[in-house]
Design a binder for this molecule. Sequence first.
Ligand SMILES: Nc1ncnc2c1ncn2[C@@H]1O[C@H](COP(=O)(O)OP(=O)(O)OP(=O)(O)O)[C@@H](O)[C@H]1O
Ligand SMILES: [Mg+2]
Length: 239
Amino acid sequence: MAILEIKNLTKTYGSGHTKVKAVDNVSLEVNEGEIVLIMGPSGSGKTTLITMAGALLKPTSGDIFLKGQDISKLSEKQLPKVRLQELGFVFQSFNLLASLTAQENVAIPLIAAGHKKSKALLKAKEALEKLSLGDRLNNLPRNLSGGEKQRVSVARALVNDPGIILADEPTANLDSKTGHEVMELLCSVGCQEKKAVVIVSHDGRLKDIANRVIWFEDGRITKIEDGKHNQMCNHIVHG
Ligand SMILES: Nc1ncnc2c1ncn2[C@@H]1O[C@H](COP(=O)(O)OP(=O)(O)OP(=O)(O)O)[C@@H](O)[C@H]1O
Ligand SMILES: [Mg+2]
């Protein structure tokens, strides 16, 4: 089933002679358990596309169906609920709150969705334990390694059990080893948690976890290739 369906999506910034068509009539479907990697040169519109898919930026035209609901037509008032329940975000720079512990950071989306603080903290603990971070619950972000910070942010993205995880350059601030750990984690989010995952990246290694690699240039899809997801998935599930 298509969790995310993008239809004829266009985003234009500015007006007059400063007008930029960052995303130009793009259509794309992502199914449950599928990992799609979007690659392309700097300025080709990748972040613009994923930010619209995440309901953080309004398209100029076109539709974005999330589990069949057209989120591009929702009002600003209706959007936070969709973001909290249906979407998980992973950012290049982690975006963790510096004054909160790992556990508190992961609890935030639950508290925002109306859960009691005690229950939210318990669920956050479980989410972190699942990602082998059970011994880092009380660490502030500054006392975590880069890879651990990104794993905490993956836990935060997963904690509300959304249908789709969106990640913009999730390995860009990591060294090669921790980048690989985060990559395996995102792969298991697809093959074990059965989430749809969309990743934007310059990191070619991510092709190993993708079902499909979509090449982007000047706001358009120029090429689609198969990734090696199934191979990597077998390796993760069967060791
Ligand atoms: N808020 C904005 N206002 C005006 N123009 C913008 C804005 N954000 C992006 N752009 C322009 O839109 C185009 C696409 O930008 P975008 O950030 O989506 O590219 P990208 O593929 O993510 O690049 P990178 O790989 O460097 O992250 C670029 O020409 C950029 O300058
Ligand atoms: Mg970008």
